[in-house]
Design a protein around this ligand. Structure first.
Ligand SMILES: [Zn+2]
Length: 200
């Protein structure tokens, strides 16, 4: 790649660090931005700055928030007897969108992956245990982790570690994605869908 002026090269390097963006795509983004009005670039730059300056981690559930404590943790209508453990803060909005859960959350910040150095010390396991110890009213802990190898490893780990605390531990039922046809379902999903079948 030929040498670009420093501001271009710097932004290409910054974009290329984003997940799923390689150097070619990064270059395309930068050249697109070069064609935009300066005012638009300033709006974008300000949005990036504000991300760093105004977003913090909720000290109770570890989701991202602008406030001292996040909206969900502060909401008196939430059911404080249920705690839903998720991998990432973005999973909360997915679950909230279903409208079928009214309890509280705990964001682990990842799932166990020893090969990549993601150990129990890296995810917020200590914080989860401390919270359960401090809040005896939490009766159910829902392990809403992805059914991936890492997610399953994390569920097994949490199940074993949290058992002595005497809470009801649950996990999400697995089934067929909405709109999927049986023909294209993998056998694990279809098998789980069978095991998790409900009376009509
Ligand atoms: Zn919170």
């Amino acid at each position: 790649m030929r040498r670009f002026p420093e501001p271009i090269a710097n932004l290409v390097a910054a974009f290329a660090r984003l997940p799923g963006v390689g150097p070619k795509t990064a270059l395309r983004y930068v050249f697109y931005l070069l064609r935009q009005p300066k005012a638009d670039l300033e709006v974008m730059a300000r949005a990036l700055m504000e991300l760093g300056e105004r977003i913090r981690s909720c000290p109770r559930c570890f989701t991202y928030t602008q406030a001292q404590i996040c909206e969900i943790c502060l909401d008196p209508k939430r059911d404080t007897r249920a705690l839903c453990v998720v991998e990432e803060a973005r999973d909360i909005s997915t679950i909230e969108a279903t409208g079928s859960y009214t309890g509280l959350y705990h964001v682990l910040g990842g799932s166990l992956n020893p090969i990549e150095g993601i150990t129990p010390e890296v995810i917020r396991f200590r914080e989860l245990r401390a919270r359960l110890e401090a809040e005896p009213h939490i009766g159910e802990v829902i392990l809403a982790l992805s059914p991936t190898t890492q997610g399953e490893t994390t569920i097994l780990f949490l199940q074993k570690q949290l058992a002595p605390l005497g809470r009801t531990l649950t996990r999400l039922a697995r089934g067929l994605p909405l709109g999927a046809t049986l023909e294209f379902a993998d056998e694990v999903t279809l098998g789980d869908a069978f095991k998790g079948r409900r009376r009509l």
